[in-house]
Design a protein around this ligand. Structure first.
Ligand code: ATP
Length: 456
């Protein structure tokens, strides 16, 4: 790869878009739209032609069809990802081909457009791609976007999360953030938004478990005046409030099934309909979802729609529990104490730090925050001692023991199932790697998967 391909476009020079499509009328439509936006386009009819253009010229965006005469659009996504990483790639998928869109996003595509291409969607996609920060976090106007420095921790696991956040910020793909309560899922979602091309638009966090079921549709999609008693004026919903930005659906597993159907439509069509309105409106919103539950189990238990699961969980970001990264405790303590005390920061006795490093933190970083807040209020003088921490006695990993009426066998099966699903999700459903992680043989894992009827 030559240096020129990753260089920024000099100030004043037109941004260039590479269009790859074998259908002349689509090439023309894209070429015209790009030109009307004051940009310049090169058009290729095949992968081979696109390769030639990429070797000669750097691009701020590539838009490619999925079906090309000498291969498929995913090849372009991969080629650019490997050799021309600064260039975002959007794919055009056939009407209703959700699988293609998901596959392209998983392969690293920046976004997708479904045929027939809607012009306003195309324009907003181009605008988003052009306002993407560079890999080093510098925007087109030279400003630096918020760095992932707010995510404290020096462990390999947190470093991986930081890298993943940076990668996800350069895409529009739906992200599903998994992890126990208090591991920093919302913080990670905010960081993805802050570093993305959407950073100037709103980040709207929604706790799906906190909205009464009968108000859900109007809270999400808004309503028209007169839609129901008390609707005395038009109101926007979360989707409209997050226009151009990011909608963070926290505790998404708590959405009732009826609402899941409506959300699926909104995600798939990128359109919503206000309660009481006859027309649908386009909404340009990126969805990041999270839950502390294991969503795959909710799907298996029939509580969460599988089709919605696949649309939301295009890319998973796993937030590791604090007990898996004890080396993060000391830097977190230092940062949290500075945040809590704002000025006179007390000293943590070495014994107190050791006690924290050996603690299992069922409530993760949020629990550490609470422990430190309480300890700073309780401590006398300027030192926090072990007793000030008031650590709870060791608890079982993974939370409560048994649910109401659960037999011992059910309980053991549930924990086993949870451990297997976690291992499978950590290893991208590679059974050999998952078996290694669980310390069992491949055959034993296969047997357990069958016995517990786990579907991948
Ligand atoms: N690595 C981190 N560095 C600094 N602060 C962190 C980190 N992880 C979590 N926090 C802080 O811990 C608190 C809990 O984080 P957050 O709300 O993002 O967790 P969560 O996983 O979304 O929790 P829940 O599942 O309960 O909604 C917040 O105050 C957040 O700023």
């Amino acid at each position: 790869m030559s240096i020129a391909k990753t260089e920024r476009r000099p100030r004043g020079e037109l941004a260039r878009v590479l269009v790859v499509d074998d259908e002349a009328d689509i090439r023309e439509l894209l070429d015209l739209t790009v030109a009307r936006m004051g940009l310049s386009a090169d058009c290729a009819a095949s992968i081979a032609e696109a390769r030639g253009f990429l070797q000669r010229q750097s691009y701020q965006l590539c838009i490619t069809d999925m079906r090309l005469p000498d291969g498929d659009g995913l090849e372009i996504v991969k080629l650019i990802g490997e050799d021309y990483g600064e260039t975002p790639v959007a794919v055009i998928t056939a009407f209703g081909s959700a699988q293609n869109a998901v596959a392209a996003l998983k392969a690293g595509a920046f976004d997708y457009l479904a045929k027939p291409v809607a012009l306003d969607q195309l324009r907003s996609l181009i605008k988003s791609a052009l306002s993407l920060p560079r890999r080093d976090g510098v925007l087109d106007d030279g400003r630096l976007v918020a760095a992932t420095g707010q995510l404290i921790g020096a462990s390999g696991a947190i470093e991986q999360v930081r890298q993943m956040i940076e990668k996800l910020a350069r895409s529009q793909a739906p992200v599903y953030i998994s992890g126990e309560s208090g591991t920093g899922k919302e913080l990670a979602a905010r960081l993805i938004h802050d570093q993305s091309s959407r950073h100037a638009a709103p980040f709207v966090p929604v706790n799906c478990g906190a909205i009464p079921e009968n108000l859900m549709e109007s809270e999400f999609f808004g309503y028209r005046k007169g839609a129901f008693t008390g609707a005395d004026s038009d109101r926007e919903g979360f989707f409209q409030a997050a226009k151009g930005g990011t909608l963070f659906l926290d505790e998404v597993a708590d959405l009732p099934l009826a609402m899941q159907v409506k959300l699926l439509r909104a995600v798939q069509e990128k359109k919503v309909r206000k309660v009481g309105s006859a027309v649908e409106e386009l909404v340009d919103v990126r969805i990041i979802s999270a839950t502390h539950q294991i969503l795959k189990i909710c799907v298996d238990e029939g509580l969460f729609r599988q089709d919605l699961y696949y649309r939301l969980n295009v890319i998973e970001l796993r937030m590791p529990p604090l007990r898996e990264r004890h080396e993060d405790v000391a830097p977190l303590v230092a940062a949290l104490l500075a945040r809590i005390c704002d000025g006179q920061v007390p000293r943590l006795e070495p014994q107190a730090l050791r006690a924290l490093e050996n603690y299992s933190f069922p409530g993760n970083v949020r629990e550490l925050e609470n422990i430190l807040e309480r300890a700073t209020a309780l401590c006398s003088g300027n030192a926090v001692l072990v007793d000030d921490l008031q650590l709870a006695p060791a608890t079982a990993v993974g939370g409560s023991l048994g649910r109401d009426g659960e037999t011992l066998d059910d309980y053991i099966n549930r924990i086993e199932r949870q451990a297997i699903l976690e291992a499978l999700s950590k290893t991208a459903f590679n059974r050999t790697a998952a078996a290694r992680l669980l310390g069992v043989s491949f055959r034993s894992l296969r047997y357990r998967i069958e016995r517990l009827r786990i579907e991948e």
